[in-house]
Design a protein around this ligand. Structure first.
Ligand SMILES: Cc1cc2nc3c(=O)[nH]c(=O)nc-3n(C[C@H](O)[C@H](O)[C@H](O)COP(=O)(O)OP(=O)(O)OC[C@H]3O[C@@H](n4cnc5c(N)ncnc54)[C@H](O)[C@@H]3O)c2cc1C
Length: 468
């Protein structure tokens, strides 16, 4: 029986998981890890350390292909929180030198100075260009039960190749499934027929020509929208419109001078100044309903719940509306998803964005991540579903716990904790670093910018009441 919270779920999970780990049908098969982002690579490092055979499948033609899309953006957590402990040990044994632990890397630096060297250690146990299109059980659809736990996982790739696995760690992220522009969660009418840029284009770098001199609309209220807006404001002759659903931008502006994180406050203060000066036109109460390509540009029509319409015509649209998990690859597996977030049900109350910022999520591991399908774990940012509060450090603890469970080390699997200082993972003295590039982005979407981010060292067993 589990000594962690959410007892009933944990008991069932333990039965499922141990049955699968000892099943004769899976003996000799590797653990398959989907996605070579920071969390998939950390899972591989943990598996390597424990001497467990694995295969790491990455859809992109390079490591961390999703981070590469926002490589020009500087993250808000310094190096010391972005490196997994097992990965650090493997890299140091290979002669690697850790970057300055206090520095805030860009996405590109994360890849070049950490993730790519780590991936190299795994040799042919990592495959690039390997897109997983579906996961099932060999000989079993989702309905068939008898003997299910003994059956290997069947993994189908986009090129038709099929592989078998004893366990699947799905770290495929959410970056490839952005939220839609449509305000009700459905695509706006015509959304599929016009070109929409997704969050964090490199406005001052590689993508400059696409924006300079164009009328640009940015939709969304989070750090990504703010970062893009500030970069656009540096371009000459580039009219900028910013559309948000809320009635005002107070939450995006954050706490200004009083903000718990000075750089975050500075970001909001600069944005507010641009809005107040008219450099950025703010449209509030904007519920994107329809987009039409016209001779004059793309017409974007908002229709609010009362039926009131607003229209803006632009040349380019940047959608910074966040991300959602794509569970379709696992639709033949038995998943127990929270109806709101799309995380596991056990994890949902711990990460609920109505209650938590990234800094107040408690450590969690295999018990909270297991599904009724024994041996399948979604980890990393995908595990959070639509909750926008994920941190790499959280994902590293998740995979440490999951891999310990795969190894049968349940004591280690259940001793989940963060080793983070009480002052927080999010650096609070970033003004200088921020100015070196266009700003900071977090992947955190609207409404969380004004939330303080205290992070205490907690162990789940010491927490209590997590299911409350
Ligand atoms: C702009 C931005 C800034 C952020 N800043 C921070 C920060 O400062 N600190 C912090 O802790 N967190 C930050 N985050 C949040 C989070 O840590 C990152 O999103 C992180 O990259 C998540 O890691 P991951 O490994 O779970 O997923 P990802 O990094 O998204 O990696 C998933 C990988 O899976 C691959 N993949 C996808 N589908 C498939 C498939 N079907 N088959 C095979 N491979 C597939 C992708 O190509 C990708 O390489 C930020 C996020 C964003 C977007």
């Amino acid at each position: 029986m589990s000594d962690s919270c959410c007892g009933t779920t944990a008991i069932e999970i333990e039965q499922f998981t141990t049955a699968q780990q000892t099943a004769p049908g899976v003996t000799g098969l590797p653990v398959v890890v989907i996605g070579a982002g920071p969390v998939g690579l950390a899972a591989a490092a943990r598996l390597a350390e424990r001497g467990i055979d694995f295969l790491l499948l990455e859809a992109g033609d390079r490591v961390a292909a999703s981070i590469a899309q926002w490589g020009h953006v500087r993250v808000f957590s310094p190096w010391k929180y972005n490196i997994d402990a097992a990965a650090r040990r493997l890299l140091e044994a290979d002669g690697w030198s850790e970057p300055d632990p206090e520095w805030l890397p860009t996405g590109a630096e994360l890849i070049d100075d950490y993730l790519a060297p780590l991936a190299e250690l795994f040799g042919d146990r990592m495959r690039l260009g390997a897109t997983v299109s579906a996961i099932s059980r060999l000989g079993y659809d989702r309905v068939r039960t008898a003997g299910r736990e003994q059956a290997p996982f069947l993994i189908r790739l986009a090129d038709g190749t099929e592989l078998q696995a004893r366990t699947v760690i799905d770290a495929s992220g959410t970056y490839t499934s952005p939220n839609v522009l449509g305000a009700s969660g459905l695509p706006a009418h015509g959304e599929g027929e016009v070109f929409v840029d997704h969050a964090l284009p490199d406005v001052l770098g590689a993508d400059r020509d696409r924006y300079e001199g164009k009328r640009v609309l940015v939709v969304g209220a989070g750090h990504s929208a703010a970062t893009t807006l500030l970069a656009l404001a540096e371009l000459d002759d580039t009219p900028i419109t910013w559309a948000i659903r809320a009635g005002n931008a107070t939450r995006t502006y954050g706490g200004g001078d009083a903000d718990a994180l000075p750089a975050r406050g500075a970001l909001g203060t600069r944005l507010r100044a641009h809005v107040e000066s008219g450099r950025i036109q703010l449209l509030t109460g904007f519920f994107t309903h329809r987009v039409n390509a016209t001779d004059q540009g793309v017409e974007v029509i908002s229709r609010d719940p009362s039926g009131h319409e607003q229209t803006v015509t632009v040349d380019r649209i940047v959608s910074a509306t966040g991300y959602r998990p794509d569970h379709s690859i696992a639709s033949e597996l038995r998943l127990d998803l929270d109806p709101v977030l799309g995380s596991t049900r056990a994890l949902a109350p711990l990460i609920d964005p109505n209650q938590h910022s990234c800094g107040t999520v408690p450590a969690h591991g295999v018990d909270e991540l297991a599904h009724p399908e024994p041996g399948y774990y979604a980890v990393g940012v995908k595990s959070y579903g639509r909750a926008p509060t994920f941190l790499m450090a959280t994902g590293y603890e998740q995979v440490r716990s999951v891999v310990a469970a795969i190894a049968g080390d349940w004591e280690a699997a259940r001793e989940v904790r963060f080793d983070l200082p009480e002052t927080g993972v999010c650096s609070s003295n970033l003004a200088e670093a921020q100015e070196q590039r266009v700003g900071l982005a977090t992947g955190i979407s609207g409404g969380l910018l004004s939330t303080p981010l205290p992070l205490a060292t907690v162990s789940a067993s010491a927490q209590g009441g997590c299911c409350g």
